[in-house]
Design a binder for this molecule. Structure first.
Ligand code: SF4
Ligand code: SF4
Length: 442
């Protein structure tokens, strides 16, 4: 089978061995869940339950506010203990519904199958996806119904499902595709129907060849669903790089996938859509990889939204040694955490606990002008110059060097032999450019 890819990129050590051959298992139901009312990009939802109220599994506990917003549902049955603010992965405090689990798993009356896909209209599908609170499960957490409602002038004709999972350590999507290929393919069908299109690509890196048989076996002979085997390379799962590898289309600088007729969704998002149609269950759980050298028994766990990281780490045998760093997501694009007392959200693909040796960042030295950061940048930027301007606080110049096109993949920092703080300084430049644009628009 031919391998497809993009220009640039890096080959970090995979470190997936610890969990890739272990079936995803249900995590122990937590005694208390902390369900954030904002788990997606967009407006937070407002609580529709109050302290002391009894709630059931799948019951709506937060109502969406506006188009770019989705509701939130309870992942357990039990009593609402409190509504209180808690810090999330990004560090910002978000209002959470705290529910004491009664371990009865009483199902809410609204959780009923939505019928056969063939009998559902496009509008009904988009409505079901919104009401189920489905957001991108690859980490970005963009409300899925918004992606499936492109403006009329955008001629979307292709959906690309992201099954690359190119971040080291993470294997949650791998296990999902291996264990429930039927949900991924049925989800692809649902997305195609919601968009009124008939063509789909599913991009999978060639270090997951074991999923091919199951996935292809689910595709009907007359369907235009294509599995694309991708070169194992980071950041193969980045949106623009994935689109190019699968379709040959190039998203222009500052453009969106739909500008070239494409909508991208994660394979886990597609599988969630299929499960919601089949069972009526909204988005209340996900597979999360709990791993890293500091954890005793790394695993892929099927986790209820709102479970604390600390409980999942305990379920994996606790810490082998004090972790030097805990990251939400993968090591390349994930966010370092200051505490493990934070809840799992719909976008939590991994909890990575690194030892001192794994987390060690060498001292930065002077640039030797080797040009490696240029050659690996998947968007053809010149990281060295953007970074140098940023470090001199010259954000205007950094903007001229297209800092805003940086997808923050970290490939340049990874490859730099002098360990220059390339990504960190580019991030600062982007933040400053955005702030100055906002000021100008006031
Ligand atoms: S400049 Fe940005 S996009 Fe290019 S390699 Fe560095 S982090 Fe990735
Ligand atoms: S990779 Fe590092 S040392 Fe080489 S040119 Fe880029 S910043 Fe300089």
């Amino acid at each position: 089978m031919q391998l497809f890819t993009f220009k640039g990129g890096i080959h970090p050590p995979h470190r997936k061995k610890q969990t890739e051959n272990m079936p995803a298992t249900k995590a122990k139901p937590p005694g208390v869940v902390y369900i954030p009312l904002l788990q997606h990009i967009g407006a937070p939802c407002v609580p529709v339950v109050s302290k002391g109220e009894y709630v059931k599994v799948g019951q709506k506990i937060g109502e969406a506010q506006g188009f770019v917003s989705i509701p939130v549902h309870s992942s357990v049955s039990g009593t609402v203990q409190a509504l209180k603010e808690m810090p999330l992965q990004g560090g910002t405090k978000v209002l959470c519904v705290v529910i004491e689990n009664d371990f009865k798993d009483e199902l809410h009356e609204s959780v009923v199958p939505k019928g056969d896909l063939t009998g559902l209209s496009r509008e009904e599908l988009v409505g079901i996806i919104k009401e189920a609170g489905i957001a991108g499960m690859g980490g970005a957490a963009f409300p899925t119904h918004v992606k499936l409602s492109p403006p009329e002038e955008k001629n979307v004709d292709v959906v690309v499902l992201n099954g690359a999972e190119c971040e080291p350590y993470l294997t949650a999507d791998h296990r999902l595709m291996l264990e429930t290929p039927e949900d991924v393919i049925e989800g692809a069908r649902a997305i195609m129907k919601a968009l009124g299109i008939s063509k789909a690509y599913i991009g999978i890196e060639d270090n997951k060849k074991d999923v091919l048989k199951g996935m292809t076996g689910e595709i009907m002979p007359d369907e235009d669903i294509n599995i694309v085997l991708l070169k194992t390379k980071y950041p193969q799962g980045a949106e623009k790089q994935l689109i190019y590898a699968c379709t040959g289309r190039m998203v222009p600088s500052g453009g969106l996938p739909m500008d070239v007729g494409v909508v991208v969704n994660n394979v886990a998002t597609a599988a969630q859509i299929a499960r919601t149609i089949k069972t009526g269950m909204p988005s209340i759980e996900r597979i999360t990889t709990v791993t890293g050298g500091a954890v005793n028994s790394p695993q892929n766990l099927i986790v209820r939204i709102g479970t604390l990281y600390s409980e999942l780490i305990e379920e994996c045998g606790g810490f082998k040694e004090e972790p030097a760093k805990v990251i939400s997501g993968g090591p390349m694009m994930g966010l370092a955490q200051s505490s493990v007392q934070i809840p799992v959200t719909k976008g939590t693909s991994g909890i990575l606990c690194l030892t001192k040796a794994e987390a060690k960042i060498p001292e930065s030295e002077n640039c030797i002008r080797c040009g490696r950061c240029f050659t690996v940048c998947p968007v053809n930027l010149q990281p060295l110059y953007i970074s140098a301007h940023s470090l001199k606080y010259d954000y205007k110049k950094a903007e001229e060097y297209k800092a805003m096109d940086c997808i923050e993949c970290g490939s340049c920092s990874f490859i730099c032999p002098s360990k220059r703080p390339l990504l960190q300084s580019i991030r600062v430049a982007k933040r400053e450019i955005i702030a100055s644009r906002r000021k100008q628009n006031r």
